[in-house]
Design a protein around this ligand. Structure first.
Ligand code: GLA
Length: 421
């Protein structure tokens, strides 16, 4: 996202930043319907929702065929829609207070400037390319996933649009395919980030009270029970917005691809992804790699093992074990993957010294955004207060703190007054 967009979003971001999440605070369907009426007149026939995600562990491994363990969270994007007989697709973003129109044609051209509407257009374009007839319609969009904070607001937006359009176009595409379509939208020139599949899978396939173990090579998923009675997922927003995200992200990806190519060439083995390089082979040829290639691959190989160890610890109710793995993951992202920053390092350091904290690490792409901590439920309030006070001493911003339980993935339904949110 470019700078003016980020700046505009700050208002929304600021509004929700102090909130410790609770269910009542979500955008309810009644409000969506009332606002739809004010903006477009009349009632929507469909409301789609898609959650953001927190990644517990397995960072920067998805585009390398590795393992990830995200969970959908209680912050989401919602879209209320009604098809029309003629005219353009009219979008209204509540968060930006802006309208945008475009005509649904077989091959959409890029908008004059990228913006919040690009994500919807990217998804509509993917449907059109697959032969779906995208009709003219009115779409009211609202969301409470903080933007540029590492909680996958983009994926939530794309998945929400995909679920909505799938219903409106009458296509019969399963959730996994919709997530892949949303990823293709993000890769397309409308957005231009070569992301992995983790965010879209978490948003589409998330499961209440479970984390989602994804094998990003085979695309197999398994829901792993996560009981928030034992440990709360506390999300700490550094309020540092990610800068240079797309270019740095794409560069890490390239370094991994280069490292993989070199190892294949030297060893004579065709490893399909970084994840398939055995540690012994990596160690044997490490001297042939550039320093960055060596560090990026080492992070990936050790991180995949940490995901497996984390799942085993989760299943054994070993929260200390889980916490230690979070801390190790952070160190690897900081030292080997070079995607942390002073703010996130400090949050992790403060958290590690707070009572009741099992562990903490940066989450998402990095370069700013959020950290995730696992905290004894009874210690959450003290932790939030203590951490905010310490953090504010050094950085001008007050951190945003959200507590979330693992939520269900995206869906769409006809709205009715008094919907239970
Ligand atoms: C972003 C991408 C994901 C993943 C993470 C890092 O969120 O969209 O695909 O690569 O960064 O783990």
């Amino acid at each position: 996202m470019d700078a003016p967009e980020v700046a505009k979003l700050h208002g929304f971001f600021g509004k929700s930043r102090d909130r410790t999440y609770d269910k009542d605070a979500m955008i309810d369907n009644e409000t969506m319907m009332a606002r739809f009426d004010e903006v477009f007149g009349g009632a929507p026939v469909l409301i789609a929702r898609a959650p953001g995600r927190i990644n517990l562990i397995g960072e920067h491994t998805d585009y390398n065929g590795g393992l990830v363990l995200p969970a959908a969270i209680n912050l989401e994007i919602k879209m209320a829609a009604r098809a029309r007989k003629s005219g353009p697709i009219r979008l209204f973003s509540e968060n930006y207070g802006e309208e945008y129109s475009f005509y649904p044609v077989d091959e959409l051209s890029l908008p004059a400037a990228k913006g919040w509407h690009s994500f919807f257009m990217a998804v509509a374009d993917q449907f059109a390319r697959r032969g779906a007839a995208v009709p003219p319609m009115d779409v009211f969009i609202n969301g409470d996933v903080p933007l540029s904070a590492g909680l996958s607001s983009s994926a939530a937006y794309e998945v929400c649009a995909a679920v909505l359009l799938s219903h409106v176009c009458g296509t019969n595409i399963g959730m996994k395919q919709l997530a892949l379509l949303a990823q293709a939208a993000e890769h397309s020139p409308f957005v231009g980030v070569r992301c992995g599949i983790m965010d879209q899978f978490a948003s589409a396939l998330g499961c209440k009270d479970h984390a989602l173990l994804v094998d990003c090579h085979t695309l197999e998923c398994e829901a792993v029970p996560f009981s928030s009675k034992n440990a709360a997922i506390v999300i700490v927003n550094s309020m540092k917005q990610r800068e240079l995200r797309a270019s740095e992200y794409n560069q890490r990806r390239r370094e991994c691809e280069d490292g993989l190519k070199k190892i294949c060439a030297i060893s004579g083995h065709q490893f399909p992804t970084v994840r398939h390089i055995p540690m012994s082979v990596f160690s044997r040829y490490t001297g042939k790699l550039s320093e960055n290639e060596r560090k990026r691959l080492r992070h990936n190989l050790t991180e995949n093992q940490r995901v497996l160890d984390f799942v085993a610890a989760l299943r054994a109710d070993d929260w200390r074990g889980c916490g230690n793995l979070l801390c190790q993951s952070h160190e690897s992202l900081r030292d080997d993957y070079d995607v942390s920053c002073a703010e996130l390092d400090r949050i992790v350091e403060i958290a590690r010294n707070c009572d009741g904290v099992y562990g903490c690490r940066m989450t998402g792409a990095g370069f700013g955004g959020c950290a995730v901590a696992l905290v004894t439920p009874g210690a959450v309030d003290d932790f939030s207060r203590g951490l905010s006070a310490e953090y504010e001493k050094e950085f001008t911003a007050r951190p945003g703190i959200y507590v979330s339980t693992p939520a269900d993935g995206a869906n769409a339904a006809a709205p009715s007054k008094g919907d239970d949110e």
